[in-house]
Design a binder for this molecule. Structure first.
Ligand SMILES: Cc1cc2nc3c(=O)[nH]c(=O)nc-3n(C[C@H](O)[C@H](O)[C@H](O)COP(=O)(O)OP(=O)(O)OC[C@H]3O[C@@H](n4cnc5c(N)ncnc54)[C@H](O)[C@@H]3O)c2cc1C
Length: 464
């Protein structure tokens, strides 16, 4: 058995593991061993469908030391005026560069790829999936679980319904590899993957009438135009959110008010959505999605046969030469929230609302710059990603409390203001800008009442 010594053993080289490691080595003179069962960094981006793009601006994604992309505003196309969004190949190349040039090049990071981490609680083993060689890792400081929120994706997760022999069901990745053109595309799933698949099909000239969309739940999505790296826009939409919350009579009413304020979008204005994972969506995409008229709203599919989809309350026939496209992995994960710093392990989770990369970088910074776990956990309480309206509201309330806590530390606040991953940062050069001051004042005027009401609606204690 090979032996290796390291300060930190980080399990998972996805967005969370990369952002944590980057901030850690930037602020502490330590050695990190990064392990992933995939053969390369970037986590799920290694297996993503080829037409995926970040759903929000590139600058909000990646690691804190190195901006992803150029920070340019798109000049042409349906999103002219909004910030660029990286495609799969760009995200993959970015993480590859960070890993090799910055991490391994520094001599302070060892990457064990194609390797499985296993532990019996005291011994830490890494087994190569290729050679079978096992390495015992002696960890001087901490083991870091950077896979706690690892999303499931269709390429690596079977469809969540039975599939009969001969049924024509494929994962979304295969849409771009078809040998035979189907007469009908049946897209299963209401999330980002499903909407991406439909926008891509329409963009490739498929008539909307050849698409059937199985939407088990109706989703709320964030308007991409209000999630931009501009403090006037970002703080302005936070102020709109608080104003909507302060006046809301119910969670449904809160989201309806957010829609009226241009913050949230829904596909069908006659339906009341129950899903709120809230990826961002462009208004041009919304217009395209609304052209699909064949929508099946009968809950979850139980089984796909060669000729029909079986639901709890009956069946829907599939026309001949239909292709059922699995876009129905749950994506975001919701494991129990646990303290990020526990004696056995650091479990990287979100802290402020959403934006996993910023949160993982923040945890890396706090690990490097604080020496007491109780203090680290006080500054960075765990949050969870949203699934429905109540969990979205809870995420906002917890995120606001966490932001107050870490934001009260001058060094962390200064770091956050300089960190491009932070969606509401105010660059020091913009602090005196009257437009920024106006939205900040508007937010300050709404925040207390808005958060209190949001906490009430979500059944969460109000933030202190
Ligand atoms: C299609 C899609 C698009 C998305 N777009 C965005 C976006 O635009 N913006 C945004 O903020 N979020 C987005 N998300 C949300 C997502 O949470 C983040 O993108 C983020 O990449 C998740 O990273 P992760 O590191 O938690 O998980 P992963 O990317 O899954 O990485 C975890 C890694 O851990 C490894 N691993 C797990 N267990 C072990 C083990 N025992 N041994 C070795 N290795 C192990 C896995 O192989 C994996 O590579 C998107 C999600 C999806 C699915």
């Amino acid at each position: 058995m090979r032996r290796l010594q390291t300060d930190y053993l980080v399990v998972g080289a996805g967005a969370m593991g990369m952002a944590f490691t980057d901030a850690l080595i930037d602020h502490a003179d330590v050695h990190v061993t990064l392990v992933d069962r995939r053969h390369g960094p970037g986590g799920h981006w290694q297996d993503a469908y080829p037409f995926v793009q970040l759903h929000q601006a590139s600058v909000f994604y990646g690691v804190a030391s190195t901006v992803l992309g150029t920070g340019a505003v798109q000049q042409e196309g349906p999103e002219a005026g909004l910030q660029e969004r990286a495609r799969r190949s760009e995200v993959q190349a970015y993480y590859d560069d960070i890993l090799h040039r910055r991490f391994i090049g520094s001599g302070r990071v060892t990457f064990l790829d194609g390797s499985e981490y296993q532990s019996d609680g005291t011994t830490h083993l890494v087994a190569s999936r290729v050679s079978g060689q096992r390495t015992q890792v002696e960890v001087r400081r901490r083991v870091v679980d950077a896979s706690y929120l690892s999303p499931t994706i269709p390429a690596t997760t079977p469809a969540p319904f039975g599939v009969d022999d001969g049924a024509n069901v494929v994962a979304v990745n295969q849409l771009a590899e078809l040998a035979d053109t189907p007469d009908r595309y049946v897209i299963v799933g209401s999330g980002k993957t499903g909407t991406d698949a439909i926008v891509w099909l329409l963009g490739n000239g498929v008539d909307a009438d050849r698409i059937t969309w199985v939407r088990p739940r109706e989703p709320w999505m964030l308007n991409r135009a209000v999630v931009q790296p501009d403090p006037v826009v970002a703080i302005g939409s936070a102020a709109d959110t608080m104003a909507a919350a302060a006046a809301a009579e119910s969670l449904d009413d809160l989201f309806a008010r957010l829609e009226a304020a241009g913050v949230m979008l829904r596909i069908d204005q006659a339906a009341v959505p129950t899903m709120a994972k809230t990826p961002t969506l462009g208004e041009w995409e919304l217009a395209l999605l609304r052209t699909v008229r064949n929508v099946v709203r009968r809950g979850h599919i139980r089984r796909a046969t060669t000729s029909e989809l079986v639901f709890d309350d009956g069946v829907v026939s599939l026309p001949p030469r239909s292709l059922v496209v699995h876009c129905a992995a749950s994506g975001l994960q919701y494991p129990p929230r646990v303290p990020i710093w526990e004696p056995d392990m650091i479990r990287v989770q979100t802290i402020r609302a959403g934006f996993p990369c910023f949160n993982a970088a923040l945890a890396g910074l706090v690990e490097a710059t604080r020496d007491d776990d109780r203090e680290r956990n006080r500054l960075c309480p765990p949050n969870a990603l949203p699934d429905d309206l109540a969990s979205w509201a809870r995420m906002q309330v917890r995120g606001a409390a966490a932001t107050r806590s870490f934001g009260a530390e001058p060094d962390i606040a200064a770091w956050a203001d300089g960190c491009a991953l932070n969606p509401v940062r105010v660059d020091p050069s913009r602090r005196d800008d009257p437009a920024v001051q106006a939205v900040a004042a508007r937010l300050a005027g709404q925040a207390e009442q808005g958060l209190r009401r949001m906490a009430e609606l979500a059944g969460e204690p109000p933030p202190v």
